[in-house]
Design a protein around this ligand. Structure first.
Ligand code: FAD
Length: 538
């Protein structure tokens, strides 16, 4: 209920502020929420995080999206302060292996296209270069950096990409921290050890006043209006709150189990429903550290490889309709070879989809409890960051205004659905049909009509900002274009308009990219060297 006051003849509705915020779950979602909310909200709000010592965290989720840098910037953390503690490395791209029939690779880099006379350089590539050189090497600097295992920074800290050099310098603190308002393409993201990051964020949050309760939540007590009154823990009794953040992972203890919110599965469009995860030690001094995540297609899904400082995180995401757990592990081990001989495999059932609503009454789900798509473009942690930021932007008072909640839910749904459609494209645009799984990705996947319409258009011209999904979902048109080119889903001919424009400028841009790429490959330090001698030694 609102308290009302009469002031100068007008009705003033007094806000009743949220004072007590309870986060349940101490995985990446729980601790990212705790640190961010602690920083964003004033000290009148008490923040408590409750986590069970009986339920382990998912322990994967180690490759990120380039916007993650904003998160660390917001906390005021510099790379040398957190990266060594989390065995972190730089990620400049995703390398897709064997996603088309020719078994080639291509890079999806964190770098946008140059534009020449109003057209993306990729449109020019179709006209001038398509028979000469793969599009990614012709259009971007990053593939060359990746092939040579280079760091995106020089030893003095300068970033390779002139366009963002100043924006990413140590002194620069970005003004805007909201993802959807952020217009800059950062040239890299990070890989990190998920458990070490959770530990790091836990210390950071506790030092800043977040109350930490280690206890198992056994039950949830609802109020008369169906909202959450309190959670009932095994040893600490009832923990009550005004607002609850459900970070309990795939189980969705508060949102799904207590509040009964339905979960909408994406199995119509994304077939994979299982993963096997493994950690493999690496000799980084000898072999270096790749500055990219790899996604390698296998018979019934794909394998991620995430190179950290000292080990790789790897996993096979597959569809259980085509492989049993044993068959999947066998195929995965065969793919990994002797390096994985003594490594333990963890089998995980993945819940792919999203809650109908991620915010219900006084409960907001963040992380796996809210929604998840297979980690093909490393979007899990991005969803967390987005969910937290939007929570701050929609922060309620105790009236829990329905319109505010609706707006939050639409924003989250648009983001997750947008990524679902983008990932669907990875499968339906690939021309692989060599196994039952890959056949099913052509015959059984339901392609949303809007995407189908665009796919027809993209056979004529490449995606651009006018014809991709406009709802914020993290992906710019260049990412769509890169995927289509990489998967061999190409327009048959180049744009007729380009026949009427002098191509010399485009040729000069291609030459300049080549020159710069060669220069970077020759002059940047290796990622191993940079992390060891700059980041670790500060
Ligand atoms: P969890 O890590 O599962 O944490 C749940 C927490 O809830 C735990 O602390 C647990 O103790 C607590 N809890 C549960 N029940 C109770 C209870 N009854 N009482 C008290 N506490 C309880 N994301 C990326 O960005 N990049 C990737 O490369 C990536 N790869 C992935 C690969 C796989 C196979 C999977 C499944 C996910 C991947 N993700 C990735 C997603 C990422 O791992 C998650 O988004 C991230 O780890 C957040 O998890 P979480 O905190 O929501 O859940």
């Amino acid at each position: 209920p609102r308290s009302q006051d009469k002031l100068k003849g007008e009705t003033l509705i007094m806000s009743q502020p949220v004072q007590n915020l309870v986060i349940v779950g101490g995985g990446t979602a729980g601790w990212m929420s705790a640190v961010y909310l602690r920083k964003a909200l004033d000290k009148n709000i008490q923040i408590t995080l409750v986590e069970s010592s009986d339920v382990t965290t998912i322990g994967v989720g180690e490759a990120t999206f380039s916007t993650i840098k904003l998160f660390f910037d917001y906390l005021g953390l510099q790379e040398h302060e957190w990266m060594p503690k989390c065995n972190a490395s730089y990620k400049t791209a995703i390398k897709f292996n064997n996603w088309n029939t020719q078994g080639q690779h291509f890079y999806h880099p964190f770098q946008r296209y140059e534009t020449v006379n109003g057209f993306d350089i990729a449109e020019w590539w179709l006209k001038i270069k398509r028979d000469e050189e793969p599009f990614d090497y012709a259009c971007f600097l990053i593939p060359s950096i990746c092939d040579h295992k280079k760091s995106p920074r020089y030893l003095d800290g300068t970033v390779f990409d002139d366009k963002v050099k100043d924006l990413i310098s140590r002194e620069f603190i970005p003004e805007k921290n909201v993802l959807s308002d952020h217009k800059v393409q950062y040239p890299y993201a990070y890989h990190f050890d998920a458990n070490l990051l959770a530990r790091f964020l836990k210390d950071y949050a506790k030092q800043r006043g977040v109350k930490h309760v280690i206890d198992h939540v056994e039950n949830v007590k609802l109020a008369e209006d169906g909202s959450i009154d309190s959670i009932i823990t095994r040893e600490h009794g009832n923990v009550s709150g005004d607002l609850f953040v459900d970070c309990t992972g795939f189980r969705g203890l508060l949102i799904n189990e207590a509040l009964d919110e339905p979960f909408n599965y994406f199995s119509d469009s994304l077939l994979c429903d299982r993963a096997i995860a493994m950690q493999i030690p690496t000799d980084i001094k000898k072999d270096g550290i790749n500055p990219f995540t790899a996604a390698t297609a296998l018979s019934s899904g794909w394998v991620w490889n995430i190179p950290l400082y000292g080990r790789d995180g790897t996993g096979y995401v597959y569809c259980s309709a085509f492989l049993s757990e044993e068959e999947a592990e066998q195929e995965f081990r065969q793919h990994l070879g002797p390096a994985a001989l003594n490594c333990k495999a963890k089998h995980i059932k993945i819940r792919v989809g999203r809650n109908r609503n991620s915010w219900v009454k006084n409960c907001v789900a963040i992380g796996l409890a809210s929604g998840f798509v297979e980690p093909l473009e490393s979007t899990g942690i991005f969803f967390i960051q987005h969910g937290i930021e939007e929570l701050v932007s929609h922060f309620p008072d105790k009236t829990f205004n329905e319109e505010l909640i609706k707006s939050y839910n639409n924003t989250i749904a648009e983001c997750i659905d947008g990524v679902r459609d983008f990932l669907t494209l990875h499968y339906c645009a690939s021309d692989r049909t060599d196994t039952p799984f890959w056949k099913a990705t052509k015959q059984e996947i339901k392609i949303p009509e809007q995407l189908n319409e665009k796919l027809r258009l993209w056979k004529t011209r490449l995606p651009n900002n006018k014809n991709v999904n406009h709802n914020y979902h993290g992906f710019d048109s260049y990412s769509y274009s890169v995927m289509l080119l990489g998967l061999n889903y190409l327009p048959e001919s180049s744009l007729p308009a380009l026949n009427h424009i002098d191509e010399r400028e485009a040729i000069a841009v291609f030459n300049s990219i080549k020159q710069k790429a060669n220069h970077l490959a020759a002059t940047l330090p290796s990622q191993y060297e940079y992390l060891t001698y700059v980041i670790k030694s500060q």
